[in-house]
Design a protein around this ligand. Structure first.
Ligand code: TYD
Length: 212
């Protein structure tokens, strides 16, 4: 039985997901919630191993559907081992990327089809969609500028895609925000982290008011 809340944070490279998740955790803890944070692809051992294969810069031959299936496989294991148990224990689970990344990157930007990628992911997550998804919207030029300015962030296979690919990812997210408007809140991720988190907090407070 599911008792907790499932929150995800989405966005293009350099949108500020990591910092927003830290602030969300602090804020929700201060309200008395027990928080678990994780990331995709990864979060548990088997999924981290799959992540290493997907993001390996030398895997230049990886075909689009293979990539989509590997993300879905990593998601399945993470879902069973970590997400479901946390929700059953009544925790607030905050995930850095989830199904919408597959829909935007593989479904839309790689042109495999949003509905096709949704289908393989439904097999993986058994219709357990996030209760709330915070989508951090920033122009890919700005996002890529931010990650290249940070020396601690390793560049992976998807970062090496062209600017036009990242522009398509953003377009994909905007389509999803429209299609799943009941759970996706689109946040302007330009400006300082204080400014961005104020906007995120507004979305969280609205969600909490409706659900608690
Ligand atoms: P990561 O280093 O976690 O990037 P970021 O810090 O931007 O989250 O790498 C994850 C990469 O995998 C990122 O480029 C987005 C991509 N991705 C997909 O294409 N599909 C997916 O389903 C997921 C979860 C991630």
């Amino acid at each position: 039985m599911r008792k907790g809340y499932f929150l995800t944070v989405e966005g293009c490279e350099g949108a500020g997901k990591t910092s927003v998740i830290e602030r969300m955790s602090e804020y929700l803890s201060s309200l008395g919630h027990e928080i678990v944070t994780s990331r995709e692809p990864g979060g548990i051992d088997i999924a981290e191993q799959i992540r290493a294969i997907i993001l390996d810069k030398s895997n230049t031959k990886m075909e689009g559907r293979t990539e989509a299936l590997l993300y879905a496989a990593a998601r399945r294991q993470h879902f069973v081992e970590k997400i479901q148990p946390s929700l059953a224990e009544g925790k607030v689970f905050i995930c850095d990327r989830f199904i919408d990344s597959s829909l935007a990157y593989q479904g839309y930007a790689r042109e495999l089809g949003i509905d096709e990628v949704l289908t393989i992911n439904q097999f993986a997550i058994e219709d357990v969609f996030p209760d709330l998804t915070i989508y951090l919207d920033v122009a890919p030029e700005e996002g890529l500028r931010r990650i290249h300015a940070r020396s601690d962030r390793e560049i992976n296979r998807l970062d090496l895609e062209s600017l036009s690919f990242h522009q398509k990812v953003r377009e994909g997210y905007l389509i999803l925000a429209d299609r799943f408007a009941d759970r996706i809140v689109s946040i302007d991720a330009n400006g300082s982290m204080d400014e961005v988190f104020e906007r995120v907090k507004g979305g969280l407070d609205r969600f909490l008011k409706q659900h608690i």
